[in-house]
Design a protein around this ligand. Structure first.
Ligand code: PLP
Length: 449
């Protein structure tokens, strides 16, 4: 398609440029209310992925709109490098209050990738100022997704990107811990994520003296929604301590009640050295992320000499006052409405209901933690895909079919695991509707393949 034939200028994420113009391209949404979304053509869709896992408190919360409007009319923006605002100070204090004990500083970012980037740079600076100049490698899970910036790309298992190796060239510092994990608690279906054992092997392979950090999402969401048992994070913490390696917990998805506690690290009673958050920090009402820093890291850098003590890093939109005000109000709602407990209880209910889909021969496993769940399909993989050729293509077809039925879903690594993570305010009746739609979709897939 040439630019003169183009009817939509927008290039959608992770897509061909012309997908925005395709009749089969991303539908336009115009409204949201609770767990429901409304498309431009008037159709209602159940938000089964909570707006890319960001939406905790539900769409259409007037309370957040009012806070944003008030802050925007008082002070919409400022030079965040030389000044600060009451919302930014208040939110930083609140995050330290609710984070695992031992965390003591907050750096704000515009989103999740930048929070990861910030954490990686802090990890490298931590080792540098302590004279540990060889520690430059970062170990990540296979199939992980930590964002799209160059540092985050380094910590990508390679599934979500096609040309990272070419782009990164000699700047690659990420090392993939090859899975899959084994052992109790990883879910009944084939797990795709590496666990502590695979991390230990990767560290031995490259030499612990060369490793700066381990980065993990505590529930391995992108790696097949493999609900890493809390014991895995405990084992990773011990492994890092043994080798003087920093532990980065990427809680961009798991943070803010999604797994049934404020942060998934708290399920394991683990304090990371660096923690990255975004998404449900504001329930997506404003773009914002943060890197939360353990006192050990702050102190090492702060006590360094001269320029080494300065963290030369910041974003124009880091600590945006409107985003910070909205995030604080969002956290207040999470706490007042005990959405941690809601996520735990309704997540259990959802998994029980998903288990009933086992009557379908396309069903493999329903697993997850809190309101972060995966439905794995097609036990035979590509051999079960029929006319679709590959399991991944069959699941793309099913994702679109579910959209027609009225359910928003997405697939993660290895392309046949559907993520089910509706807003945390979802009711049991709405979860019943979600399962009915899946039931219909699976029957349609079985007839169509
Ligand atoms: N880390 C994790 C675990 C994520 O899931 C994501 C995004 O999905 C990111 C980082 C990157 O966040 P963003 O898309 O806000 O840059």
């Amino acid at each position: 398609m040439t630019s003169s034939e183009r009817d939509v200028a927008w290039w959608p994420p992770f897509s061909r440029a012309d997908e925005g113009s395709s009749p089969d391209g991303p539908p336009v949404l115009v409204r949201g209310d609770g767990v429901w979304l409304e498309a431009l053509d008037g159709r209602r869709l159940l938000d089964g992925v909570g707006a890319l896992e960001a939406m905790a408190v539900g769409h259409g919360r007037q309370r957040l709109v009012d806070v944003a409007a008030r802050q925007m009319s008082e002070l919409a923006f400022l030079d965040v490098f030389r000044y600060t605002s009451l919302p930014a100070l208040g939110l930083a204090d609140k995050l330290i209050d609710i984070a695992p004990s031992g965390m003591d500083r907050v750096l704000f970012t515009p989103g999740g990738s930048e929070a990861v980037e910030t954490a990686l740079k802090l990890a490298l600076q931590y080792h540098w100022v302590r004279g540990d100049h060889d520690r430059r490698l970062v170990i990540c899970r296979n199939g992980a997704y930590h964002g799209v910036t160059f540092g985050a790309m380094n910590c990508d298992g390679g599934y979500y990107s096609t040309r990272n190796d070419v782009y990164l060239g000699s700047t690659r510092f990420g090392v993939v811990a090859e899975g899959p994990a084994t052992g109790e608690g990883w879910g009944m279906g084939a797990p795709y994520a590496a666990g502590a054992q695979q991390f230990a092997e990767a560290i031995e392979r490259v030499g612990p003296q060369n490793v700066a950090a381990v980065i993990v999402d505590p529930c391995a969401t992108a790696s097949g929604v493999a609900a890493a048992p809390p014991s895995d994070l405990v084992a990773l913490r011990a492994l890092c301590d043994q080798h003087g390696i920093l532990l980065i917990a990427d809680e961009v998805i798991t943070g803010f009640c999604r797994t049934g506690t404020m942060f998934a690290s708290q399920l394991a009673d683990v304090t990371p050295d660096l923690m990255t958050v975004s998404k449900a920090l504001s329930s997506g009402y404003m773009p914002i992320g943060a890197t939360i820093v353990n006192e050990r890291v702050t102190t090492a850098i702060n006590d360094a000499e001269g320029r080494d003590a300065v963290f030369a890093h910041g974003h124009t939109y880091g600590g945006h006052p409107v985003a910070c005000a909205v995030a604080s109000e969002n956290i207040a709602i999470l706490e007042e409405e005990r959405l941690d407990l809601a996520a735990a209880a309704r997540g259990q209910y959802l998994r029980a209901r998903l288990g009933e889909l086992a009557t379908h021969d396309t069903f493999v496993d329903a697993r997850g933690i809190g309101m972060l769940n995966g439905l794995e399909l097609l036990p035979g993989g590509d051999a079960d895909a029929g006319r679709f050729g590959t399991a991944a293509s069959a699941c793309v077809w099913l994702r679109k079919r579910l959209r027609d039925i009225g359910l928003v879903t997405l697939t993660v690594h290895p392309g046949r695991v559907f993520l089910l993570a509706p807003p945390l305010i979802v009711s049991e009746a709405e979860l019943d509707t979600l399962v009915e739609m899946l039931d219909q979709g699976l029957s349609d897939l079985e007839a169509a393949r």
